[in-house]
Design a protein around this ligand. Structure first.
Ligand code: ZN
Ligand code: ZN
Ligand code: ZN
Length: 80
């Protein structure tokens, strides 16, 4: 399974928010559609079409919580 290297921001809550794809890592598997080794006209079923888990490349550390953590907090703020 090929993987993508995502550049992005790391938040203090521990979440990584990807911004863009920096690079792709080719697994070299002929049965993986993302690989350059995969034949162009392959009609076989069962080839891998999905990306493997993204690799995180932190380009910026943000000193606050990410949006989903913020909204999660706000959604539970009224509960009293
Ligand atoms: Zn692959
Ligand atoms: Zn294939
Ligand atoms: Zn978060």
């Amino acid at each position: 399974m090929c993987q993508r290297v995502m550049t992005g921001q790391k938040y203090v809550c521990g979440h990584f928010i990807p911004v863009q794809v920096a690079a792709t890592i080719d697994c070299g598997n002929r049965r993986c559609e993302k690989s350059i080794n995969h034949p162009d006209h392959c009609h076989r079923v069962g080839c891998t079409t999905r990306w493997g888990p993204d690799k995180e490349q932190i380009v910026e550390t943000v000193a606050q919580r990410c949006r989903s953590c913020e909204s999660f907090e706000h959604g539970h703020a009224d509960r009293r």
